[in-house]
Design a protein around this ligand. Structure first.
Ligand SMILES: *Cc1c(COP(=O)(O)O)cnc(C)c1O
Length: 402
């Protein structure tokens, strides 16, 4: 049986380049980068500085000291939000974000709400977009931070980050963006975007799991999230994961170098899949934008009258890996907060599947998926009481197209 991986928004396969970059830090230079009185430690420290410079360069940071390595994208998000909140609590207690952020951002905000902070969760439009005007209107003299993701992990919406950052700065408010899904899928340059903080995570762009980074512009005051030793210029304790960082730096270098080639490839396959599904399956709704504001690799449809989990099970039996909503939310019975925020009715939000193509996805993978999917949907609808109710005229359809 074919094996087709279409869940690249959940994680990506570690590239050979990343593995090759990591190995020497397990076999040879395994010293502690803080132990600089002997050779292996010194070598580790030298490597760490070089890797920091490489990551800085590849996201357009002007100084390597603006890169802080973390153990994940979730940690970077938590640090940005809680760290700014605690460092600025005398200035204000208000934070602005959106309803469709990743759970790392939403969870950190909910934690702060229980600790005296006020959070505005902005509505998004039917494509998942938040307008810079809406962000600006929500700013008060108590606002200390705005956090809006660069690109959404479920429906692929690319947010107008540069304009939102400008709005924030007009009011002297700090701006953070979760760019975890953006790296490798679109240009990401902290100087051009004008952001104060930016989160990234290696495993979303063919690096290893368990390593990420937070860009913090020089001059931004932020409280520590992890206390202990003096690593990361005293801002983040823990012995550095040098191998992981090397893997991330190598993966980022490839992501940036091959960006045009990879995004063109992914876009082609994405559109092949979107158009193919539209031709072959009825009663469906594409979630997210249909123009250049959609991530090059994201395909998210709601299929009326069927359950997302059932579709996934049948896809899996055919060797196809996809996802319903985000990996972190699956296992819960609530429909995706993102789909509800863009106004997808509960009934069809439950029947939603995300396919996310990758740089190593092939046309054959897409053709095979297009071959298999319609039969699965037909079979599930044949067994669906909702579909029966529809055919008997007892309920109406939410999706207009037959
Ligand atoms: C995956 C993801 C994260 C979390 O990154 P981890 O490294 O898995 O903790 C955060 N934000 C977005 C948008 C993501 O897609």
């Amino acid at each position: 049986m074919r094996s087709v991986y279409l869940d690249n928004n959940a994680t990506t396969k570690v590239s050979q380049k990343a593995i090759d970059a990591m190995l020497p830090y397990y076999t040879d230079i395994w010293g502690n980068a803080s132990s600089v009185f002997y050779e292996t430690g010194q070598k580790a420290e030298t490597a760490l500085s070089r890797l920091r410079e490489s990551v800085a360069k590849n996201i357009g940071a002007s100084n390597a000291n603006e890169i802080y390595f973390t153990a994940s994208g979730c940690e970077a998000d938590n640090w940005a939000i809680k760290g700014i909140a605690f460092a600025n609590k005398r200035r204000g207690n208000h934070i602005i974000t959106t309803k469709i952020e990743h759970h790392a951002v939403l969870g950190a905000c909910e934690f702060l709400e229980k600790n005296g902070f006020e959070i505005t969760y902005l509505d998004v439009d039917k494509y998942g977009l938040v307008s810079p005007d809406a962000v600006e209107s929500a700013i008060t003299d108590r606002t200390i931070l705005i956090s809006v993701m660069t690109a959404n992990n479920e429906i692929g919406t690319i947010m107008p980050i540069k304009k939102i950052a400008e709005a924030a700065h007009r009011h002297k408010v700090l701006f953070h963006t979760d760019a975890v899904q953006a790296i490798g899928h679109m240009p990401v340059n902290v100087s051009e975007l004008g952001v104060d903080m930016l989160s990234l995570s290696a495993h979303k762009f063919h690096g290893p799991k368990g390593v990420g980074a937070l860009y913090i512009r020089n001059g931004v005051r932020i409280e520590n999230l992890i206390h202990g030793g003096g690593q990361e210029r005293g801002k983040r304790a823990a012995t550095e994961n040098l191998a992981g960082i090397a893997g991330m730096a190598a993966a980022l270098e490839s992501a940036v170098t091959d960006l045009e080639k990879n995004t063109a490839h992914m876009k082609k396959l994405r559109d092949m899949l979107i158009n193919g599904i539209r031709e072959r399956v009825s009663f469906i709704k594409l979630n997210g934008p249909e123009d250049e504001r959609r991530l090059c690799n994201n395909v998210n449809f709601s299929y009326e009258f069927v359950e997302g989990e059932s579709i996934l099970m049948h896809l899996n039996r055919n060797g196809i890996a996809a996802s319903s909503g985000s990996a972190c939310a699956s296992g819960s019975l609530d429909p995706s907060h993102v789909l509800l925020a863009i106004g997808v009715p509960h009934e069809i939000a439950h029947g939603s599947i995300r396919f996310s193509v990758g740089e190593d996805t092939t046309e054959e993978d897409i053709l095979y998926t297009l071959d298999v999917l319609p039969g699965i949907i037909d079979k599930l609808r044949d067994m669906s009481p909702m579909y029966e109710a529809y055919t008997e005229g007892r309920i109406k359809s939410f999706t207009c197209r037959k």
